[in-house]
Structure formats: C-alpha cells, structure tokens
Design a protein around this ligand. Sequence first.
Ligand SMILES: [Zn+2]
Length: 325
Amino acid sequence: MYYEAWERTRELREKGHTDWRYPYRKKYFFTVTWKKAAIKHRGTYLKLSNRRGVKSLELELPEHLKDAVIHQVQLVWHRNGYWLHVTVERPALPEVQGDVYAAADPGEVHALALTDGEEALVISGRLLRSLARLRNKELRKFQRAISKTEKGSRRRKKLLAAKYKFLNWIERQMEHILHAISAIVVRWCEKRKVKKLFYGNPSGVREKDCGRKHNQRMSQWPFGWLRELIEYKLKLRGIELEKKEEHGTSGTCPKCASYTKQSGRVYKCGNKDCGFTGIHRDVVGASGILDVSLNGEFTRGRKLPEKVVYVRPVARKVKQRKKAA
Ligand SMILES: [Zn+2]
C-alpha cells in the first residue's frame, strides 16, 4: 500500500506535478474498502470478510444503523485513529410538489436568512460562531505548546493526542448544529412548497476585504459545509439548490435600488431622496438574491416579505469536556 502511493508520487513529480507531495507517513494512505458481498450484518453485529487467509473483522454497529441496508464499509485513517465509514441506503422520501422559488443568504451573525418573497426566516448563527471561536482559540494554544516541545518527545506526542481528541470533539459539536440548521431549512422549504432555492455567497465576505483578522474569522466559519449539507438534504426531497454569485445583494436598496455599504444589522439606504430603513439587512440580502435570480437585475420598489420569523437552532446537551493540556 505504502509502496504504491510512493511510486505514484514519483511518477507524478517526474511529469511536473510538484504539488503532489511524498507521503510522509504511510498510515495516511491506509484505507480499506468492503463491498456488499463482503459485508454481513444482523442487528448491530457487523462482519467484514477479508481475502482468504486474512481474518475477518467483527464489529458492533451503532444502534441507529441496526436495520440499515449497508452498501459499503470503509476503514479510513483520520487524524489519530481509524474511522469506519458506512454507506447506507436511504429510504425514499416523498418529494415536494411545489412551484415556489426562494433564496438563502448565509452570514456569520445569522447563519442563514431565507425568503420566498412572502415570508422570511432568520436562523441564528450564534451557537456555531461560539464553537468556531473556541476551536480556533484552543487550536492556537495547542500550537504554541507543541512548538515548545522537541520532535518525537513524549510531551509532544501527548499534546498531539490531546489536540486530535479536541478537534474530533468540537467538529462533532459543529456538525450537530449544522444538521439542526439544515433541518430547519428543509422543513421551511417543504412547508412553503419550494421548488428551487437560490443560495448566495456569505454576507460580508463578498462585499469587502476587512483585513487579515476578519478574513480569518470568516474563512473558519463553515459556510461550505452548511451549504453542502442543505443541498444534499433538499435533493432527497426533490428540491433544487442553485448557487448564486450575486454581489451587493444585502447593500442594494429594495426601494430605490441604489447601493449603500451596510454597517448595522438593520438596513439603511444612503440615498438622501430615499432613506429606506426598518428591515433586517440579511432579509434584504435574501430578498435581493431572489429578485436578481428571477428578474436578472434589482427591481425598484421590490416587494419585501411581510413576516419575519427568527429561530435558533437547538443544540443537544453536551457533556462537559475535561480541560486538555
Ligand atoms: Zn433607497
């Protein structure tokens, strides 16, 4: 396994692909795949057969996969240990028979603002943001401590193990919240009979460059992760998601269509003859994405959603984590 990966690297480098690096630890390349014929399971008992002469693997499945139809199992090295990736068949979901178009505007303070023109939903991003901050803060602490240790030392190994444990833990928490947010989005789309959701770029990121610190903060907010999750879940229900690269959607006035850079959470038009204000900036953003997507350009005096609902994703109770390092 290791030998193969190495040979491939040399070949590619000789062809000029210098961005392809040599594997520096063989375990990173060690992924084992079992196809359907090699998988047997009854209840939570899972048996993975290997080629002749190699002992088969017997494992305990988590409770929620008890009755699942398993198509593939992979053993994958991730960070500090092996993870079992189980591909299961999803029961078919009833597809939404809608004809409504909606738009979503992702942001940091509010994870997402949605509108179909009639109603708007604003989902809080606070929980996710605080986890992203904790992740970065702890990671910096680990890096600082690790940099003071010697390569190969016991202290370093201990610190690395603690770092991986922390990363695995916090990313699971983030994933849980992302699932909660995407579930809210799916429920809303089903209820509103949405056929297609236009999905914008994250608010704030597309409009300005706010320096290194701001950019770093934004880049670590898991925008892409959330979008992929929503896209996947909507697709299962026959709802399409289309990415939109529109600029200035949250800064464009819904009344006069002039652009004003926004600094507060409530939209304020800078055009003296207009002065429109009073609605949430992210709702203006989502409404702008919908407007441009359907009409090709911003409409003057566009209709804004009459009702705005605010929700907070609910997190599962998390066990207190022991202080690491
Ligand atoms: Zn205006």
